[in-house]
Design a protein around this ligand. Sequence first.
Ligand SMILES: [Zn+2]
Length: 498
Amino acid sequence: MASIPLYKTQELKIYNSITGQKETFTPLTEGNVGMYVCGPTVYSNVHLGNCRTFISFDLVFRYLKHLGYKVRYVRNITDAGHLESDADEGEDKVSKKARIEQLEPMEIVQRYTLDFHNILAKFNNIPPSIEPTATGHIVEQIEIIKTILDKGFAYEANGSVYFDVKKFNETNHYGKLSGRNIEELIANTRELTAQSDKKNPQDFALWKKAEPQHIMRWPSPWSDGFPGWHLECTVMSTKYLGEQFDIHGGGMDLKFPHHECEIAQGEAATGQSPVNYWMHANMLTLNGKKMSKSTGNIISPAEIFSGDNSILSKAFAPTVARFFMLQAHYRSVLDFSSDALEASEKGFIRLMEALETLKSIKASEVTNGFDITKWVDNCYDAMNDDFNSPILIANLFEAVKFINTLKEEKASISKEDLTTLTEHLNTFVFDVLGLVNLNEASSDTSDKLSGTVELLIKLRAEARANKDFATGDKIRDELLALGIQLKDGREGTTFTVN
Ligand SMILES: [Zn+2]
């Protein structure tokens, strides 16, 4: 008999950035969730702030899956079209790096895509279901530009195509996500430069004609050029999730103009708003200040893992850094510091020790000193309240306290409750929060080492039984050279590792 999926009994609320309210989550298709998250522009090593965004959405992905939803998670790789300035000016970020390093743009893309995957794997993020690239969807981007032109929401000028924000705003609402109104936008945008082909400064590029020195270019009905940055997300989200889908996420800094433009493009092309729930993850500061390359107030994920940055007192395991980030709600600003990481590490160790202690706790007749059912409810309530991981973690520490009183035999637990506690604690810690037990990771390695040495001991015994003493001695001596000493005794051969 199939069990009832959790999502039928748990009411999940998500803070929707477009309404500014927590709303009950109801997917378009029961049991299925389509989620799109804006991925990185792969022209440099992944920024720690971006890691926080992707860890936040990994938590969302994990929890939705835990609730029993079938989730299609799409996260793109921006490998073309992202210019240095939001005003559609400057060089393409990938091309610029390629020019400076004298590499093919695709070498830049490959290098930093690998770095991105490698770092996120260290943080134990689950890869998305689909990871499409902008350059892999040029044809679809050209098609949607044609549609937007046909519907009258864009215009061509000197081989480039621009979205007509003023025209769009006559029938739709431009600014509804970021809360800006068009008058304010007009007042705040700087004057158009003389060479600009835009009708109005708030218009944005759907297609840009490539300057002669621009390397990344594709043919189109308007010119040899490249798509505007906002377009790829509209195309890739709707291609894989449908014209309307459930969740769109990204960093807070993408709300405007990027996500506002995505809404405009989607509505212009299809007549309907593409996204039901907009989610935005807040930023990470460092020692109370905005991270910035130019002021040197910056730290990379690799430096956290190696401890190789003067900001840090020591190295920290990726899972400790992940735990630290999940101790704040994804919509709050989080300040990173060495002290804060050390405090998280202490908490993390206490949590892992309690999990270890729990394994040796013996059940009694009754539970005394803790309401397990209530505790499970509290954990779900925290996660159902817009993925409130800090409250979930606070609840996990309530269980840690109880486990420690069990250890001191100052409380008792029934067999049934012990099973419930163990199962839920493990589920929340490892499946939902995605933490990794460092001791288990290393004890796994030592299990493998023991197995390997045991195998060699057996082969040595077989060789000696066959009077092949040369092979027997070779195994013993070479193990010794590696620091593993065999000792023959009455009970058989044992070993020690130096
Ligand atoms: Zn995007």
